[in-house]
Design a protein around this ligand. Structure first.
Ligand SMILES: [Zn+2]
Ligand SMILES: [Zn+2]
Ligand SMILES: [Zn+2]
Length: 327
């Protein structure tokens, strides 16, 4: 079963997604030679002369076999008594980032990271062709070399991959950010993210890394230890409009921060989410796209879970100084 239900008090959509046990797979469906084990590719970068849905690719995007969102059935918005629900309408694709079964971003050549970013952009552009989608989200989980495998995540595949999801609603987190952006814009007629960037560049205390086009820093009120943002230094609302030179520059920034974080926390899982403007009539010129990174360390999170109020035991200035020093 897979459907979206709205929590009636906070009015937030929740995906209820139960699928039959996926079981343990003998061979990796993402390795070259197993292309038949996935749905046909929606985007690929491959060697000239190599055949569609066969080996010879560098980066491959395919629909997820166990999608959180699917295209069949339409929105199907309906009520169940006082509750609102709809079908889990949307698209859920997987970017298979490399033919190598075990290769992390710190180990990849820059050219390979550029291909991954190109795949993100191209799919973001194609998926917005369906005007029922309001938001595209890109996420990735990276496991450090000494991560203790969580048994509840047994069904996840190790082969490096990321997720691209196109959703029929704007997630609460992005809605909240847009509210903050618009409120600041109204008061000051400036972009709040642009102002944060210039203040951080002046102060330097929380800057981890600066490239031609991107700033990597620990936000002033980081919610999580070693929370890190990667943000274009100039104002851009839409990730998918990334230029060629920005792709090259962003691949350098990402490789560097992943290398630093992996060296700092060999046991952590690093989670990445890309926040960009919503689509269609919800497109916001005022929004400033960015990437948020978080090292998930084994640490109970009871207070945050119960209150939405965060306690962070590592000062962002300290986090930035540690990450800055790791080469
Ligand atoms: Zn594999
Ligand atoms: Zn801005
Ligand atoms: Zn954000």
């Amino acid at each position: 079963m897979s459907e979206l239900r709205r929590e009636p008090v906070l009015r937030r959509w929740v995906a209820i997604s139960t699928s039959p046990s996926k079981g343990k797979k003998e061979t990796c469906p993402f390795c070259p030679g197993s292309e038949g084990a996935t749905p046909p590719e929606t985007f690929v970068l491959r060697e000239t002369g190599s055949r569609e849905n066969g080996p010879g690719w560098w980066v491959r995007v395919v629909p997820n076999q166990y999608p959180l969102f699917r295209l069949e059935g339409g929105l199907g918005k309906r009520a169940e008594g006082m509750y609102d629900m709809m079908n889990n309408f949307g698209a859920h694709e997987v970017v298979i980032e490399t033919p190598e079964h075990q290769q992390t971003w710190p180990e990849m050549e820059l050219g390979q990271l550029e291909r991954i970013l190109q795949a993100y952009c191209q799919r973001s552009l194609s998926l917005r062709g369906d005007n029922r989608f309001r938001q595209i989200l890109i996420t990735k989980h990276h496991w450090g070399p000494k991560h203790h495998w969580d048994p509840t995540l047994e069904h996840l595949l190790h082969h490096p991959h990321s997720h691209i999801v196109a959703m029929p609603f704007i997630p609460a987190r992005i809605e909240d950010e847009i509210r903050g952006v618009l409120e600041y814009q109204q008061r000051k007629e400036r972009c709040i993210y642009c102002d944060i960037i210039s203040q951080e560049l002046r102060a330097q205390k929380r800057v981890i890394l600066e490239t031609d086009h991107f700033l990597t820093f620990a936000p002033y009120a980081s919610r999580y230890p070693y929370e890190t943002w990667v943000i274009p230094k100039s104002h851009f609302p839409d990730f998918a409009m990334l230029s060629g030179s920005q792709v090259t520059d962003l691949s350098q920034a990402l490789k560097a921060i992943y290398t630093k974080m992996q060296k700092a926390f060999e046991e952590a899982m690093i989670s990445m989410v890309l926040h960009t403007t919503p689509l269609q009539e919800f497109y916001r010129e005022e929004y400033h796209w960015h990437i948020e990174l978080r090292a998930r360390l084994a640490r109970p999170m009871g207070f945050e879970w119960g209150t939405g109020f965060f306690i962070n035991y590592v000062a962002p200035e300290e986090a930035a100084s540690v990450l800055r020093d790791i080469q």
